[in-house]
Design a protein around this ligand. Structure first.
Ligand SMILES: Cc1cc2nc3c(=O)[nH]c(=O)nc-3n(C[C@H](O)[C@H](O)[C@H](O)COP(=O)(O)O)c2cc1C
Length: 378
C-alpha cells in the first residue's frame, strides 16, 4: 500500500471497511465492530433503497440511524433511477444524514436482476453513468463510492468499464467483490480481478472484497492485489472482534495478538448484541428475535448441542437468552477451525435478466422501479 486510505476527507486507518450487509450491519452491529476495532475503520450501513428513503418510509428512516459514536457515517444506497438516486443523495446531504454515500451495484438476487437492477445494471453503461453522475452531482460534496461485482457472468464482465465510468463521474473509491452475479456466493472470489481494477483506475482507491475470513487474509489481499483497502463481510458474522484482529494485523502485530474468545466471552458479546438490537428497536423482544439469525454464527464450532442451539435461536427475551447461555458449558476455548467460511456460500449458474438485456451494452435503458424491492443486498 503506497499511502493511507482516504475516502474524500476521511482517513480510514487501518484501511478496513465493514461490508454493507442487509439485515446485519445496522447501528447495533456497527457499534460492536467499531468498539472492537478501537473506533478505527469504516462501517457501512445496510443497504437503503433510494425510493423508500425519498418517500421517508418509517422502517427506512430507522435504518439511517447512526450512533453518536459513528464518525464518519456511511450510508449505502441502492437505486435504479438516476433521478431518484439524485434526490436521495441530495436529501442525505441537505439533512446531514451521513458523511459518505456508497452505491450498491452488486445485488445478484433474481427478483432484482430480472428487472435489470443490482448486478445486472452496470451492463447498461449509459444508465450506470447517469446514476453515478446524479449521485455525485447531488451529494453536496460528500464522497460517493460504488460497490460492484465483476459482472453478470464470465462472458459479460463489466467491472473495468464500470471503473472507468466511475472515475469519469467523480466517484471517490470503488469496492470490488471478486465474483460475478452468476457465482452468487459460490466458489472462490477472484482476487486477480481486484488487481486488474487497480491497474485500470490508478487515480482512485480500490477496495478489495471477497473471502476475507481472517486478518491474515486481509494482509494477503493487499499484498497480492495492490488494493488500497479491504471490505470484510461474512467473515465477521458472529465474530465482530475480527475488527480487533484486523487493526492489529495492519499495525504489524501478528497472529499472537489475535482474539480467541472463550465461549463465556462470546456469550457476553451475544447478550450485548441482542440488548443493543432491542434498544435500537425500542423493543427488547424484537431485538432478541432479530438476534436469532446470529446465534449459529456466534456458536459455530463450539460444542453447544443441537437442542441448545435451537433453543437459543428461539429465545424471546434477554433473560431467557441469558439463562439458556448459562446452561451450556461456557468454559470452552475458541475452537480450531471456527475462523473459516461462514454465512452464505452457495452458487448459482444462471442470472435472470430482462429480455434482450445483453443485446447492446451502450443502449439507453431504464429499469423498472420494482427492481428496488431487494431484500438481501449484495
Ligand atoms: C447477509 C448478506 C447481506 C448482504 N447485503 C449487502 C448489501 O446490502 N449491500 C451490498 O453491497 N452487499 C451486500 N452483501 C454482500 C457483501 O457486502 C459482500 O460483498 C459479500 O458478502 C462478499 O464479501 P465477503 O466474502 O467478505 O462476505 C451482503 C452479503 C450478505 C452475506
Amino acid at each position: 500500500m503506497s499511502q493511507p486510505l482516504q475516502i474524500g476527507p476521511h482517513p480510514v486507518d487501518p484501511p478496513v471497511v465493514l461490508a454493507p450487509m442487509a439485515g446485519i450491519t445496522n447501528a447495533p452491529f456497527r457499534t460492536l465492530c467499531r468498539e472492537f476495532s478501537g473506533g478505527r475503520g469504516l462501517f457501512v450501513s445496510e443497504m437503503i433503497t433510494t425510493r423508500a428513503l425519498v418517500e421517508r418510509n418509517a422502517k427506512t428512516m430507522r435504518l439511517v440511524h447512526f450512533d453518536d459514536s459513528e464518525k464518519p457515517r456511511s450510508i449505502q444506497l441502492y437505486g435504479v433511477d438516476p433521478e431518484t438516486v439524485g434526490r436521495a443523495a441530495r436529501m442525505i446531504a441537505e439533512e446531514n444524514l451521513a458523511d459518505h454515500i456508497d452505491l450498491n451495484f452488486g445485488c445478484p438476487v433474481p427478483k432484482v436482476t430480472r428487472r435489470g437492477g443490482g448486478s445486472a445494471l452496470p451492463y447498461k453503461r449509459p444508465l450506470l453513468r447517469a446514476i453515478l453522475r446524479s449521485a455525485v452531482g447531488n451529494a453536496g460534496g460528500l464522497p460517493v463510492t460504488m460497490k460492484m461485482r465483476k459482472g453478470i457472468d464470465d462472458d459479460h464482465l463489466t467491472y473495468l468499464d464500470a471503473g472507468r465510468i466511475a472515475v469519469d463521474e467523480g466517484v471517490t473509491a470503488i469496492a470490488l467483490h471478486g465474483r460475478t452475479a452468476a457465482q452468487h456466493y459460490g466458489g472462490e472470489a477472484d482476487w486477480s480481478a481486484i488487481a486488474r481494477l487497480k491497474e485500470t483506475v490508478p487515480e482512485i482507491p480500490v477496495l478489495g472484497n471477497g473471502d476475507i475470513w481472517s486478518a491474515d487474509d486481509a494482509l494477503r489481499m493487499v499484498r497480492e492485489t495492490g488494493c488500497d483497502g479491504v471490505v470484510v463481510g461474512r467473515g465477521c458474522l458472529g465474530r465482530p472482534w475480527l475488527f480487533a484482529d484486523l487493526a492489529a494485523a495492519f499495525d504489524g502485530r501478528g497472529p499472537e495478538a489475535y482474539t480467541r474468545p472463550s465461549l463465556r466471552e462470546v456469550a457476553e458479546v451475544m447478550l450485548r448484541h441482542a440488548r443493543l438490537l432491542g434498544e435500537w428497536q425500542e423493543d427488547e423482544a424484537r431485538g432478541v428475535i432479530d438476534f436469532r439469525k446470529h446465534v449459529a454464527w456466534y456458536t459455530k464450532g463450539f460444542t453447544v448441542g443441537s437442542e441448545a442451539r435451537r433453543a437459543l435461536a428461539t429465545a424471546g427475551s434477554l433473560d431467557e437468552l441469558a439463562t439458556l447461555l448459562d446452561g451450556v458449558d461456557l468454559d470452552q476455548p475458541w475452537p480450531l477451525g471456527a475462523d473459516g467460511p461462514r454465512g452464505r456460500t452457495s452458487g448459482r449458474n444462471r442470472v435472470v435478466l430482462p429480455d434482450g438485456w445483453l443485446d447492446d451494452p451502450n443502449a439507453t435503458a431504464c429499469v423498472d422501479a420494482d427492481a428496488e424491492l431487494a431484500t438481501s443486498g449484495g
